[in-house]
Design a protein around this ligand. Structure first.
Ligand code: SF4
Length: 626
């Protein structure tokens, strides 16, 4: 078996055996495998071994850029240690591999349209350098490809640096992919149905000959639902109308202004005094056709053609966004909800939004999983496995659920549930917030170094903050929804630096935010994570439709549609602490509801939480016992 290291730990061996068995017998595996187990090596190693033997391809799918690096390094070590000819292609989102500047702010759909229009207009010099204008691989591109094959496995960013001045990196990576046994990519490449078809076609690969390893699998249900959902609001329509006018599509500009009226008419008839309502596919199409005097299909196809023209000179097209939504609106009803609502947009202006929401990730994921030779879904947060099996459409008779032991010494971790307070909606008073602030400060004072508090929302963070101000010697860092990506990265950097300033730092952030997932804070960077309140979704129509759908389909509406998504966010926030076996750290779930059965059963079994009202004392004793 191709494994990158000399020693295989017993828990790793267990996972390796299960992965090998799953692939050999064409079964699927849902693996709850705690942090620190070495999942990447223990899944890629056996998958590659069987793939080379049987001529399969391996797709390692991950939403995290850092995981791409780890997967590539694992393959490089395997190649070096075993002297085998393994080729791998690492693909990050196409726009991140594009040689044109200023495309980062485009959405994936917008970028794809931009790229398509440049290619089709023969205006992308980087693309032309690979294929010329007659779609034939050019000599210099062939030389570059040979060089890449020799260097493979290489990380996408390294490939980009090698190619970016002369060639389209994505096209060369795709060519490399045809000869690769392993493809490292994002979920989007495989779970967006039209992207998948195109992507696999280019790589000349088929799911029926492929092994899928899905990393951070707890993200997959919500990610697939997002991929299959769409939204449109009157602000976008207004901008599209102006854009159409500026590009002299006067008839479409007028139609878009009337589409805006469609939204107002529907608001009047469907919402009356409420903020949101379900709306049928037909009601919207009928209203649109009446108000605009356009046939529905004609409108979206003319908007699509206009957006192709607009994208010849602009990177982004609002006309294109409207056309994409109108096309998606014609999709199926089964497994989707359609909601019209008003909400406050930027500058506190009222926005009317129409959404087409996927309720069932199994629609796309089930098809993919069933077709693959074997799918391995893994994460440190796949509890309960049955839920992920149901939601993603894994076939029950071909799927094994496994929980692996944590490799971390249990004495290095303390997990407490503080039952003194709650952020339950009916208890949100100034008194309760003051009590929460006091409890948090007592805990923070008991921790020798960096601490983070994750609130259920920015609103609650701001409501509790005044009661905490000036009460800790730690340097305080506050996340906000207004921060740009670079500002947030700097905030995190400063927080890490505070670990060496004596008192340490205190980070205030939110569960489900970018500070609570996808970042690692090992060692002194985070000694204690306090998770305040259960981040339950608003009981709006989107949440209600999810609960009703899961009740109808699995008889588990509240669990699958309400409790588990919230607990996944809470657990992810808690998991920022204790990233390595040698780390010693504490996690506090601060809300009495975490001790209730329906929430408690969602916590990873290896955490063994203790419910208490004397949290600060226990934390002090834990850290003093070092
Ligand atoms: S073909 Fe390549 S370089 Fe050209 S726009 Fe598309 S991704 Fe960018």
């Amino acid at each position: 078996m191709y494994f990158p290291f000399e020693k295989i730990r017993p828990i790793q061996q267990e996972l390796i055996n299960d992965v090998t068995h799953a692939i050999d017998t064409k079964r699927h595996l849902i693996a709850h495998a705690p942090t620190g187990l070495g999942k990447t090596a223990a899944t890629l190693g056996p998958a590659l071994t069987v793939a080379l033997e049987k001529g399969y391809s391996v797709f390692f799918l991950t939403p995290k850029h850092s995981q791409h690096q780890i997967a590539i390094e694992t393959l490089q070590k395997i190649k070096q240690k075993h002297g085998i000819d393994v080729k791998a292609t690492d693909l990050i989102g196409k726009k991140w591999m594009c040689s044109h500047g200023g495309v980062e702010r485009l959405s994936s759909k917008e970028f794809n349209e931009f790229c398509k229009s440049l290619r089709e207009g023969e205006k992308c010099t980087f693309y032309n350098a690979v294929f010329g204008t007659k779609n034939q691989l050019q000599g210099s591109a062939m030389d570059m490809l040979m060089g890449l094959k020799k260097k493979s496995p290489i990380h996408a960013e390294e490939l980009f640096e090698m190619c970016k001045e002369d060639f389209c990196s994505y096209e060369l990576a795709s060519l490399l992919g045809k000869d690769s046994q392993v493809i490292i990519a994002d979920y989007y490449h495989i779970f967006q149905p039209s992207v998948r078809q195109f992507f696999l076609g280019r790589l000349k690969k088929e799911l029926k000959n492929s092994i899928l390893i899905i990393d951070e699998g707890h993200n997959l249900p919500s990610r697939v639902r997002d991929i299959l959902s769409a939204k449109l609001n009157n602000f976008i329509i207004n901008r599209a109308a102006k854009e159409a006018k500026a590009f002299h599509f006067d008839d479409l500009s007028e139609a878009l202004e009337n589409l805006n009226n469609t939204f107002y008419n529907l608001k009047k008839s469907a919402l009356k005094n409420s903020k949101e309502a379900f709306i049928s596919k037909k009601d919207f199409i009928d209203e649109l056709q009446t108000t605009t005097q356009w046939a529905y299909e004609d409108l979206y196809s003319d908007l699509e053609s206009a957006s192709a023209e607009i994208r010849k000179s602009a990177k982004k097209s609002f006309v294109g966004s409207v056309s994409e939504f109108l096309e998606m609106w014609t999709g199926d009803d089964a497994g989707y909800s359609r909601i019209l609502r008003t909400k406050l947009g930027h500058s506190e202006r009222q926005m009317i939004e129409l959404s087409y929401n996927c309720l069932s990730p199994a629609i796309s994921a089930g098809e993919v999983i069933n077709e693959s030779v074997s799918t391995i879904l893994m994460s440190g947060t796949l509890v309960p496995g049955e839920m992920y099996r149901d939601l993603l459409g894994f076939p029950e008779n071909r799927t094994d659920l496994k929980t692996y032991a944590s490799p971390f010494p249990p004495e290095n971790r303390l997990v407490l549930i503080d039952t003194n307070t709650t952020t339950k909606f009916t208890s949100r008073t100034a008194d309760e917030f003051q009590k929460i602030a006091r409890d948090c400060i007592d805990i923070v004072k008991s921790v020798p170094n960096n601490c983070a508090i994750f609130f259920p929302s920015y609103y609650i963070l701001q409501a509790i903050l005044p009661f905490m101000e000036g009460k800790t010697a730690k340097e305080v860092f506050i996340d906000s929804s207004e921060l740009k990506k670079s500002q947030r990265a700097e905030l995190l950097n400063q927080f890490k630096l505070a670990a060496s300033n004596g008192n340490g730092g205190l980070l205030l952030a939110v569960q489900g935010g970018s500070m609570s997932e996808g970042i690692d804070l090992p060692g002194d960077f985070l000694k204690c994570a306090i998770v305040v309140g259960v981040p339950l979704a608003n009981p709006d129509l989107a949440t209600k439709s999810l609960i009703e759908f899961y009740d109808y389909k699995y008889n588990k509406g509240w669990d699958y549609g309400y409790t588990h998504p919230a607990m996944t966010r809470a657990i992810q926030a808690a998991g920022r602490c204790i990233r390595r076996p040698e780390d010693k750290g504490a996690v506090v779930f601060l809300d009495k509801r975490f001790a209730w059965g329906s929430y408690l059963k969602c916590l990873p079994p290896e955490w063994k939480p203790i419910a208490t009202k004397l949290t600060a004392d226990k934390i002090k004793r834990f850290f003093n016992s070092q």
